[in-house]
Design a binder for this molecule. Structure first.
Ligand code: DOR
Length: 458
């Protein structure tokens, strides 16, 4: 770990844990928030005169907890031609993302303790931000799922995945839900329905058909099954990138206390119209839906039916994306733009800045039991992002750090870009410049609040 000298962020508009703002200074020592003093305080002298210390004048800027992105695909090991842990973490730093939880569909798959250890080792060497890695479920690695760690949880691809990570048989899923108590995160799409519709629509090369093949019903069927198993075993369940109005309505009616769900920025602000303008760059799993789905997802998020936001950052090269549907891989990058996309929505009145921060930091830390992160308060880790909510600038391909080199939001004029990103008290991004000497730390996970066992299964 690199040594973090004292840091003072002064004159910032600081988001406090209760969702209000104050104007003041944040004093950081040993990588943690030592003190918050309202309005420019004279007693910051002690740190100001420290020869190793640094002072950031944050006048006009807003200080938020660093974003914790709980679903990313960073491609290392094995697929580094698309992205690697260094380039991805550079993109995180620029995007104000100070921690990430990464998915197991790398090469080899992260389905064993050895593969998890390898990723942790690689991340320690090259990640500029904090990191955690899911363990992936296969049909036959139950013993690893019970013991591997540290991990935020078990990832199950119920659909949309080939090879060993596809777990689409109810009996196998039931075994996983029935054993152990750690969090299960599901990619909920029904593989049998996808298979059948792929045959039905074979030969169509318009990428818009992707949203018809992997339709709302495919997502709903899998979410219903995951919910059924979660209730049967009272098993902590998280539904990844929930994308349809039907699933949101299902959870609105029937969401046990031990179930959480997330939505991506792209499922909120893009829909199947995007195929017309960006073609296969809009292709992802679960697919983009309709404007109606966008609206229902926004309402569900504002109402707390959906708990937080993840990007599902899934980079593929432009060459791969140019192959023509259906040979194109699904997925789009996101960590570099997610905070600005969401804060722009806030500034346009869709939600508040405090809500964005709750969905992108506080609620994620709480749901995954990540201690000392997600709010700006004394004693918490100094993972912070200073954003500029006064100016707008466009997403430009030439500014991107992600190795894939493109964004579905190119040309979008956004506000709320990170100006300074701080990881563990160290400035990792500052007015367009990265400090590539900074290294993040492995995240730890406390058991999340267990389901209330007095509550009857519904
Ligand atoms: O579109 C997607 N691409 N969705 C996923 O869940 C996986 C991802 C990938 O790894 O490319």
């Amino acid at each position: 770990m690199t040594f973090a000298p004292p840091l003072l962020i002064c004159n910032a508009r600081i988001l406090l844990p209760d969702g209000t703002f104050c104007l003041g200074d944040v004093h950081i020592q040993n990588g943690k928030i030592a003190r918050i003093s309202e309005s420019a305080a004279a007693d910051s002298e002690a740190i100001r005169v420290d020869p190793d210390g640094r002072v950031i004048d944050a006048s006009g800027l807003t200080l938020l907890p660093g974003v914790i992105d709980p679903q990313v695909h960073f491609r290392e090991p094995g697929l580094e031609y698309k992205e690697d842990l260094f380039t991805a973490s550079c993109a995180c730093a620029r995007g104000g993302v100070t921690s990430f939880l990464e998915m197991p569909n790398t090469k080899p798959l992260t389905t064993t303790q050895a593969a998890l250890d390898d990723k942790l080792q690689r991340a320690a060497e090259k990640c500029l931000v904090n990191y955690g890695f899911f363990i992936g479920a296969t049909a036959d690695n139950l013993s690893e799922l019970l013991t591997a760690g540290p991990t935020p949880g078990i990832k199950i691809f119920m659909g949309s995945m080939h090879g060993a990570l596809l777990v689409d048989q109810e009996a196998v899923l039931e075994q996983i839900f029935a054993h152990g108590d750690r969090l299960i995160a599901v990619h909920a799409e029904d593989q049998a329905r996808i298979r059948q519709r792929r045959e039905q629509f074979a030969g169509i090369t318009d990428p818009a058909i992707h949203s018809q093949i992997q339709d709302n019903q495919a997502a709903l069927l899998a979410t219903q099954l995951a919910l059924k198993l979660s209730k049967r075993y009272r098993r902590r369940l998280h539904i990844l990138h929930l994308s349809t109005a039907e699933e949101a309505e299902l959870l609105r009616q029937d969401k046990p206390a031990w179930v959480t769900a997330e939505v991506t920025p792209q499922h909120l602000v893009l829909n199947s119209e995007a195929y017309k303008t960006i073609g296969t760059l809009a292709q992802m799993n679960p697919p983009l839906r309709t404007p109606h789905d966008n609206e229902v997802l926004w309402q569900a998020l504002r109402d707390g039916v959906l708990d937080f936001i993840a990007t599902d950052h899934a980079p593929h090269t432009l060459q791969e994306k140019a192959q023509g549907y259906p040979n194109t891989p699904s997925g789009m990058p996101g960590v570099e733009t997610s905070l600005a996309v969401m804060l722009t929505q806030a500034m346009q009145g869709r939600c508040t800045v405090a809500q964005v921060s709750r969905w992108m930091s506080t609620a994620v830390a709480r749901a995954y039991g990540i201690p000392n992160k997600g709010v700006i308060a004394p004693g918490y880790d100094a993972d912070l992002v200073l954003v500029d909510l006064n100016t707008y600038s466009p997403v430009r391909r030439e500014d991107l750090y992600t190795k894939c080199g493109w964004s579905p939001f190119e040309g979008w004029n956004l506000t709320g870009w990170a100006v300074v990103t701080v990881v563990g008290g160290q400035v990792v991004y500052d007015h367009g410049k990265l400090n590539t000497n900074v290294r993040g730390r492995p995240l730890t996970f406390e058991p999340t609040p267990s389901p209330s066992i007095s509550e009857e299964p519904r």
